[in-house]
Design a protein around this ligand. Structure first.
Ligand SMILES: *[C@@H]1O[C@H](CO)[C@@H](O)[C@H](O)[C@H]1NC(C)=O
Ligand SMILES: *[C@@H]1O[C@H](CO)[C@@H](O)[C@H](O)[C@H]1NC(C)=O
Length: 169
């Protein structure tokens, strides 16, 4: 569960970085940048975000992320790691599903959703060590914690699969 959880964790985190390459209309100069309207290019919706907006959309994640790095661990000690990890993943997943709808809103709404996404996923990392301290025997702990590194596997998979999915769909 920890391996799968952290794979999905990184998938949620990086999928927009891949998808955004096909969400931006870059060759139109006459349109107001950052406007909420979009164009269809070969059936795919493209937005008029400028480079600053694009960077902000990808970067605002981390403003939320740093907020929960420490509180997430304390919360896991109080209400339990499963609730913090599961709740954070659920909320981030729902936000991801809603992202196509949110992208039609003004840019501030998109940025806010990215901060929220970071907020929820930030809590998931520190939630696991309290669980290891409570449930995992000392000699097994490093092996258990190493499973969190499955996140890299999630990132590697998503980087590849998102590209193919974007190309095909
Ligand atoms: C912009 O690029 C799209 C393909 O990505 C093309 O269909 C469209 O004609 C281009 N528009 C202009 C104004 O060059
Ligand atoms: C687009 O939005 C970004 C904020 O994400 C801002 O930095 C940039 O100046 C905006 N561009 C225009 C032309 O309004």
């Amino acid at each position: 569960m920890v391996i799968l959880g952290f794979m999905f964790n990184y998938m949620l985190r990086v999928n927009l970085a891949m998808a955004i390459t096909d969400m931006i209309q870059i060759n139109e100069t006459s349109v107001a940048r950052n406007s909420t309207d979009s164009v269809k290019v070969e059936g795919v919706k493209r937005y008029h975000w400028d480079t600053y907006a694009k960077n902000d959309i990808l970067g605002y994640f981390f403003w939320g992320y740093i907020l929960t790095e420490i509180p997430g661990g304390r919360l896991a000690e109080i209400i339990g790691a499963r609730r913090v990890f599961g709740g954070g993943m659920l909320a981030a997943s729902l936000l991801t599903i809603l992202t196509p709808v949110i992208c039609d809103l003004p840019i501030q709404a998109i940025l806010f959703s990215r901060v929220l996404m970071g907020f929820f996923l930030g809590a998931t990392w520190p939630a696991i060590p309290p669980m290891a301290a409570k449930w995992i025997p000392p000699l097994e702990r490093s092996k258990f914690i190493a499973n969190m590194m499955a996140s890299s596997l999630g990132a590697a998979l998503t980087m590849t699969v998102s590209g193919l999915l974007t190309e095909s769909f």
